[in-house]
Write a protein that binds this ligand. Structure first.
Ligand code: PCA
Length: 325
């Protein structure tokens, strides 16, 4: 069957036929999120910065909205070189290694400052893990603190029993299990359609995803639990990176560092803005009741204990470094 993943191979062959592969490199960079999302805008800016800094020697084509690969396929595509680069949601890969699940553990890191610290203490192990698969991290950018979108008003976790719950990661499916909701894995690109058919009555995510997927058309309540801050990582195939000349490598790393700083700032700046936009479109933004918040914290405690068990001594060392003042 002819499939889109063959396109990068064709592009690479043409580049070779045109002369020296190093004269001009072309990378495909699939992402799973829509063009107007700040993650995608940040990546498009990164590609422009690289183009400008290299005088067009490295052209990066961003394929937004899961148009080239679906969210869970992007990491493997980068690993195999089907795509030279790509953006992933780290928490999607929790079943490969607990390190990917760390930023999805509820109530471990709930502010951007804490999230940054958690990233700093886990970056080394994460890089090592990916390096073993021939993958290099270019930059990492957070989503916003996660809250609960739900059709009906809720006062406690018990109100979520039996509710159809969209999960985007193993951790968000586990939360459903712990509160007695019915989880179904759906990535963001398919979320609008799933809500329209009634297959989704609830999910946890950030304001930007509620806005981008027009969640307000079918779900009217958002409980701002600020439970955790998941992150996206932009990855590159190590061989593709190593094939660049030194000046181009430098330009990529410099643009990546700039993109990382810009992304963390935009995520914070836009957090309140997205909640305002949701309210303007008819959604009620609730402060969770004390009971609901206590229930969700209990879920978090269970999941933190589970994470420590799965991650062993290496995981304990990360948590210890994170908790150090
Ligand atoms: N939005 C993404 C992942 C985390 C987030 O805030 C989503 O809901 O798919």
């Amino acid at each position: 069957m002819m499939r889109r993943p063959f396109l990068p191979l064709v592009a690479a062959t043409l580049a070779l036929a045109a002369g020296s592969a190093l004269a001009q490199a072309k990378w495909d960079l699939p992402t799973a999120y829509p063009p107007a999302n700040y993650h995608t805008e940040n990546i498009v800016q990164f590609a422009k910065d690289v183009d400008a800094a290299t005088g067009g020697k490295l052209k990066i084509t961003v394929h937004a909205n899961a148009s080239l690969f679906k969210a869970p396929e992007i990491k493997r595509a980068v690993q195999s070189g089907q795509a030279q680069a790509g953006e992933i949601l780290l928490a999607n890969f929790a079943n490969e290694n607990p390190i990917y699940a760390l930023d999805g553990v509820p109530f471990l890191a709930t502010t951007f400052a804490e999230s940054k610290k958690l990233y700093d203490v886990s970056k080394g192990p994460l890089e090592k893990l990916l390096a073993a698969q021939g993958i290099k991290i270019l930059f990492v950018v957070p989503w916003a603190p996660q809250g609960i979108y739900v059709k009906k008003e809720i006062n406690s976790a018990a109100d979520l029993k039996g509710v159809k719950w969209r999960a985007y990661s193993p951790a968000t499916a586990r939360i459903a299990e712990l509160v007695g909701a019915q989880p179904v894995q759906i990535q963001q690109a398919e979320l609008s359609a799933a809500m329209a058919t009634g297959a989704v009555e609830s999910y946890m995510s950030s304001g930007s995803t509620g806005y981008d997927t027009k969640t307000y058309e079918s779900i009217k309540h958002f409980y701002d639990t600020q439970a955790w801050i998941p992150k996206n990582a932009v990855l590159v195939n190590a061989k593709a990176f190593d094939a660049l000349d030194a000046a181009t490598k430098d330009a990529v790393l410099k643009a990546a560092a700039t993109a990382e700083a810009r992304g963390w700032k935009v995520a914070q700046d836009k957090n309140e803005e997205y909640k305002k936009l949701l309210a303007e479109r008819g959604m009620t933004i609730h402060k969770p009741s004390a009971q609901l918040q206590a229930d969700m914290r209990k879920v978090g405690e269970v999941m933190q204990a589970d994470w420590l068990k799965a991650a062993g001594a290496d995981g304990a060392a990360i948590i210890e470094a994170f908790k150090k003042p």
